[in-house]
Design a protein around this ligand. Structure first.
Ligand SMILES: NC(=O)C1=CN([C@@H]2O[C@H](COP(=O)(O)OP(=O)(O)OC[C@H]3O[C@@H](n4cnc5c(N)ncnc54)[C@H](O)[C@@H]3O)[C@@H](O)[C@H]2O)[C@H](O)CC1
Length: 228
C-alpha cells in the first residue's frame, strides 16, 4: 500500500499551524512525539529484552523528542543513557535535560563506546530539518549507527537520510537502515526507501490511527492549508 507522505516544508508548516491555529504549544507536541517514541521502543524492545537504551539526541526538536522519550523510558523501568553533544541553549531543551539529570539519568560524551554496551539505540539526531551532508560532530556517530549490530529505532527520519530522497549516495549513512522507524505527524517521502518496522505517531501504521483525535486535528488543519 502506498503511504501518503509530506515533505519537509509541509511538515514544518503543519507544525506551525498546530502551534497557531491549533493552539498547541511546542512542549505539548514534543511531549506527544517523545511519548510515541517511547511506546514504539517498548513495542519493539520490551524491558525483558534488555534495559540499556542509548538515546542519541541532536541539536533540534528531533533531539528534544529523544530527551522526552528517555524520561518516559526511565519510568517504564529502562536504564537510558543520553548522548547529547550539542546541548541547545533554549529553555525547552534545558528544562528537558534538567528533568533527566534530576532522575540521575547518565549523559555520555563517547557515543561509539556507549554503543558497545547498550541493548537498543534511539536515533533522535536529525528529523525533517536535516539537509546536506552530515557535519561534525555527527559524522562518526552516523558511522557507528551504520555499523553497529545493536538495533536502532530512528525518530521521524533515519539520521543522515535526505528527507525527500532517502539514503545519501555516499559518505556516512549510505548503508544505514535502522530496524525501526517512527514517523511523526505523517511519513516523510524518504519512507519509500525504508525497509523495517514502521510506526506512525502514537501507533503503528494500521487503521488504529484513525481513532486518534490528535491525528484528526492535524489532518484537518493540513487539508485546510492545502486548500487555501
Ligand atoms: N509534529 C510532531 O510530531 C513534532 C515533531 N517534532 C520533531 O521535530 C523535528 C524537526 O525539528 P527541527 O528543530 O526543525 O529540526 P531537526 O531536529 O530535524 O534538526 C535541526 C538541527 O540539525 C542541524 N542540521 C541540519 N542539517 C545538518 C547537517 N547536515 N549536519 C549537521 N547538523 C545539521 C541544524 O543546524 C539544526 O540544529 C521533527 O522531525 C520531529 O522529530 C517536534 O518535536 C514537534 C512536534
Amino acid at each position: 500500500m502506498a503511504l501518503k507522505t509530506i515533505g519537509a516544508k509541509d511538515a514544518a508548516s503543519l507544525d506551525a499551524d498546530l502551534m497557531s491555529v491549533g493552539a498547541f504549544s511546542l512542549d505539548q507536541l514534543m511531549e506527544l512525539a517523545g511519548l510515541s517514541v517511547s511506546q514504539a521502543l517498548y513495542r519493539v524492545h520490551p524491558p525483558t529484552a534488555g534495559k540499556r537504551i542509548l538515546v542519541a539526541c541532536g541539536p533540534g526538536n528531533n533531539g528534544g523528542d529523544g530527551l522526552v522519550a528517555a524520561r518516559h523510558l526511565f519510568h517504564y523501568g529502562y536504564s537510558p543513557t543520553i548522548f547529547y553533544p550539542i546541548p541547545t541553549n533554549k529553555e525547552i531543551y534545558t528544562r528537558l535535560a534538567t528533568q533527566l539529570k534530576n532522575l540521575s539519568i547518565p549523559f555520555t560524551d563517547d557515543f561509539s563506546h556507549a554503543a558497545q554496551s547498550t541493548d537498543h539505540i534511539i536515533d533522535a539526531i536529525f528529523g525533517f530539518s536535516f539537509s546536506g551532508e552530515v557535519r561534525d560532530p555527527f559524522r562518526s556517530v552516523i558511522a557507528t549507527l551504520e555499523s553497529t549490530k545493536v538495533p536502532v529505532l530512528s525518530v521521524d527520519a533515519p539520521s543522515s537520510w535526505n528527507i525527500q530522497d532517502g539514503p545519501p549516495g555516499n559518505g556516512p549513512g549510505k548503508e544505514f537502515m535502522p530496524q525501526s522507524l517512527i514517523s511523526l505527524t505523517a511519513p516523510k517521502p524518504l519512507v519509500k526507501h525504508y525497509r523495517g518496522t514502521h510506526f506512525l505517531g502514537g501507533g503503528s501504521c494500521r487503521p488504529r490511527w484513525r481513532r486518534s483525535i490528535i491525528w484528526s486535528i492535524r489532518v484537518i488543519l493540513g487539508m485546510i492549508r492545502w486548500l487555501m
